[in-house]
Structure formats: structure tokens, C-alpha cells
Write a protein that binds this ligand. Structure first.
Ligand SMILES: *Cc1c(COP(=O)(O)O)cnc(C)c1O
Length: 465
């Protein structure tokens, strides 16, 4: 099988096109020097860029104007494209170097953990900005009284998951499990199948997390087969709950068996289901991926999930289900330590009530459309002398979701050394290495970013030059 590696895993020291530093020369695109000069944005326009005007408030006008002038000069010298002046000015602001930088995700992994999992929708980004100042997060403006924190986001969640009697939001999926284990099983037992004792990634082992709360694990069944009777036999006075965990990043195939939630729901103790990915309802593209509504309808007392996986929202952990249980969790002292900030609540609500998220769009993108985008980009770049071709590609969901599912996709195929050069660009692009080529898969790249992608590729100096 072909080795798939994201270019982030690449070792240094590769030969190839020069690093795309801010000072590497950029060929003016289709125009002479005066044309380039005309396309350099004016200072007053640049200062209206929300990111730069925000910086004026923070750093003062003189500092920001100096960065702007430097960026314009680089464009006049042909060292950056006129379109890159705003980003370049931002990068030149003090305190910016070494900070988090926006990148284009061309890995073909929709939810890339190293790239921050789900990108937020435009609606969620705007909600974040608006919530940054004082908000009515815990105030009822009509009565002037204190109100339940995050009530509108919680209402939006329940609206989307009709089987959920109540909802609570914490910092991430792991925190949701910790809260459930602490509030419902500390000093008691959690019954869990040996086939579901999973490691999520980066050394995060679910059994260790659960034990850290003071709960004891009562392991039942075997790695490949666990029946409802195995759970039933383990239930006793010490049982806090039965836990089902979605093996979200691997698959066991062959001689296997797992108990269904419906079989466990009648055993007299709560069934908690960690679905991981945060699908709220069944998704036609992912028939095997469990969703919150279906699990609750099957009898789960509580479902836990992440907000920044298939839900496409901010990092958070969702707890959905039985109102009494949810109330117990929300009132537990630990809930305060795991609570989310107003920014998360604002972004979550906008994600739930807004148009389809970038993750949802990436999941359902038509392969023919991706192919057409790849061919259009390839045509334009090849005309500029770039060694590029459009190829078929196989994207994945990633981020601990839908293991084994591949999504037909399209990619730009470039010489391998482009991987490092693109990663170190003014707008870093992270692709994937396959068969000795650098592939830029378009499934996780929003269509409106195609031009940014093309600009980044053009900014890589070519060998022949
Ligand atoms: C991702 C995942 C978690 C952890 O969620 P975070 O939001 O990363 O804390 C827990 N369980 C399952 C099944 C997961 O897929």
C-alpha cells in the first residue's frame, strides 16, 4: 500500500525548490512593475482590515503603520505578491512571530488534529468576534435577572437532537467523560467492554482517564466479542453505569460481536455512550458512524461527544440525555472547573443554527466538482510553468471519526520538494506525501480559498529560474 504521510511529518534537510520565505522573489502575476504597484493596497485601506485595525487598538497606530509600510515595500520589491500585503503586514507586527498561524489544510484529512480539527463556519467566527466584549451570557435582559449560562446554545442543541431531554456543555469530549464518571461512578464501577478500551491519540487512553476520577473499571467480554449477557453478569450494587465507547480511530473486523445500546438499556442501570465524533443525527455519507439522536432513541441515558469533530464547531464536549442525569452533572462541583467560556458558547450556537459548516461541506463535496476545481487550478498554474497535474485522491474524515471510510477526492500533484516550501510560505499550505509527490487534496480546502492556494504555489521559486 502506498504510504500516506502528511507533509507536517516530513523530516528537515530535503533538497528542492527554495524555502518560500517572505523575502523570496515572487514573479509578478500577469503584469509589469507599474501594474504590480497599482495593485498594492493603500495604507488607509489596509488599516480597515479588521485584523490590522484591531492591532492599532492593541499596539498603537505608529507600530501598525510601520509594519504596513514595510509590507508595501516588500511588494514593490517583488518579494511578496500585492495580495499578500495584508498577511505580510500582520506577520511583521511585534509579537506575531511564533504565534498560531492560519494554514490551508490540503492534507485530505477533513478533521486534522494537528491543524486544530474542525474549522469554524463564517457564522461561528463572527459570533466569536461579537461575543468577545460584554455579552448577556448569564443575564436575562428582559427581567434584568441572572439567567442560565449558555441557555441559547443549549436550546439550539436540544432543538437539533430531539431525543435529548437536556444538554450540558464542557471543555472537550474528555471532560464530558470525566464529569460523567466523577458524578455518576466515583468510588463505584463503570462496566466497559475489553474491545472498547481505546487510546484516542497523543497518548490519551480512555481507561486511564476514567480511573483518574476514582471510578473502577469492570472490564467485560473480549477484544473482539462482547455480548449483552457479559454486561448483565457484571451488574451489581457497585455499578455506576455501563459505558459504550465508539472505537473511533480503528476497526475490528472478522469474528466480532458488540452489544447494541438497545440490548443494554433494559438492564436497570444507566447506559452512557461516548460517540466521539459529535454527529447529532444520522449522516448519509457515514452510515456506520453513531449519532446522538439514534443512541438516545435506542435507550442511552447519556451521550457524550466532541464539538470540534464532525459537528464542525469549537472545541467543547457535549453531554446530552436524561434531564435528571444532566442536572446531576451540571450541579456537580467539578462542572465549574470544566465549564466553557462565552466564546465557545457563542461559536457553538452559531454552528448549530447557521448554514452547513466547512466540515459538512467537505464531507458532502461532489467528487466531480473537486475534480473540476483541480483541473482549473492545474490549467492556470501549468500555464505559468508550474510542474503540476490534477490527480484522483482519497480523502479521509480523521480526527477520530469514521475509521476506514475514504472519500473520493481530487488533488494537485506537485514535485515532492514543494511540501516543505509550501509549508513555510506566507500562507502555509499543508499537503500530503504520496508516491514521491506532494499532493494537495482539495476536499478540506474551501472553494473560496482556491486563489490563495494558487498564490501560495506560485510563490514557490522554481528550480529552472
Ligand atoms: C475524540 C474522542 C474523545 C475525546 O474527545 P476530545 O474532544 O478530544 O477531548 C473521546 N472519545 C472518543 C470516542 C473520541 O473519538
Amino acid at each position: 500500500m502506498e504510504q500516506r504521510r502528511d507533509t507536517v511529518e516530513r523530516r528537515p534537510g530535503t533538497t528542492g525548490p527554495g524555502q518560500c520565505r517572505a523575502d523570496s522573489p515572487v514573479r509578478p502575476e500577469g503584469g509589469d512593475a507599474t501594474d504590480v504597484r497599482r495593485r498594492i493596497p493603500r495604507t488607509d485601506l489596509l488599516l480597515r482590515d479588521p485584523r490590522l485595525s484591531e492591532a492599532v487598538g492593541r499596539l498603537g497606530a505608529d507600530v501598525v503603520k510601520a509594519a504596513v509600510r514595510q509590507a508595501q515595500q516588500r511588494a514593490r520589491d517583488g518579494r511578496v505578491a500585492p495580495e499578500e500585503v495584508p498577511d505580510t503586514a500582520l506577520a511583521l507586527l511585534p509579537g506575531t512571530a511564533g504565534g498560531l498561524r492560519p494554514v490551508l489544510n490540503a492534507t485530505g484529512v477533513l478533521l486534522h488534529t494537528n491543524l486544530g480539527r474542525a474549522p469554524l463556519s463564517a457564522a461561528a467566527r463572527q459570533a466569536l468576534a461579537e461575543a468577545a466584549g460584554p455579552t448577556d451570557v448569564e443575564l436575562d435582559l428582559a427581567t434584568g435577572r441572572r439567567a442560565r449560562r449558555g441557555r441559547t446554545a443549549l436550546a439550539a442543541l436540544r432543538e437539533r437532537v430531539s431525543a435529548a431531554g437536556a444538554a450540558h456543555v464542557v471543555n472537550n469530549g474528555a471532560a464530558a467523560l470525566v464529569l460523567a464518571a466523577t458524578a455518576l461512578a466515583a468510588g463505584r464501577e463503570i462496566v466497559v467492554s475489553r474491545g472498547e478500551m481505546v487510546e484516542i491519540g497523543d497518548g490519551f487512553r480512555l481507561p486511564d482517564l476514567l480511573v483518574s476520577t476514582g471510578a473502577r473499571l469492570r472490564e467485560v467480554g473480549t477484544t473482539n466479542r462482547t455480548t449483552a449477557a457479559d454486561y448483565a453478569d457484571a451488574i451489581g450494587p457497585e455499578t455506576g453505569f455501563l459505558l459504550k465507547v465508539h472505537p473511533s480511530n480503528f476497526r475490528i473486523t472478522g469474528f466480532t460481536r458488540a452489544a447494541e445500546v438497545a440490548e443494554l438499556a433494559g438492564l436497570g442501570v444507566p447506559v452512557v455512550v461516548d460517540i466521539g465524533s459529535g454527529l447529532l443525527a444520522p449522516h448519509p455519507a457515514l452510515p456506520e458512524e453513531p449519532d446522538a439522536d439514534t443512541q438516545l432513541r435506542a435507550g442511552a441515558a447519556l451521550v457524550t461527544a466532541s464539538g470540534d469533530k464532525l459537528l464542525g464547531g469549537p472545541q467543547c464536549g457535549l453531554l446530552l440525555g436524561d434531564p435528571d442525569l444532566v442536572r446531576t452533572l451540571a450541579r456537580h462541583p467539578l462542572a465549574r472547573a470544566l465549564r466553557v467560556d462565552k466564546l465557545t458558547l457563542a461559536a457553538l450556537e452559531a454552528t448549530l443554527t447557521g448554514p452547513p459548516t466547512p466540515t459538512a461541506l467537505g464531507l458532502t463535496a461532489d467528487p466531480a466538482r473537486l475534480r473540476a476545481r483541480a483541473e482549473r487550478l492545474t490549467g492556470a498554474l501549468a500555464a505559468d510553468g508550474v510542474d503540476v497535474r490534477a490527480v484522483e485522491s482519497a480523502a479521509t474524515v480523521g480526527g477520530g471519526g469514521a475509521p476506514g471510510v475514504t472519500l473520493p477526492s481530487a488533488a494537485l500533484s506537485l514535485p515532492e520538494p514543494y511540501a516543505v516550501a509550501l509549508r513555510t510560505c506566507a500562507t502555509p499550505v499543508v499537503g500530503r506525501l504520496e508516491g514521491g509527490r506532494c499532493l494537495l487534496d482539495l476536499r478540506a480546502v474551501p472553494e473560496e480559498d482556491d486563489e490563495r492556494l494558487a498564490r501560495a504555489i506560485r510563490s514557490v521559486p522554481r528550480r529552472e529560474e
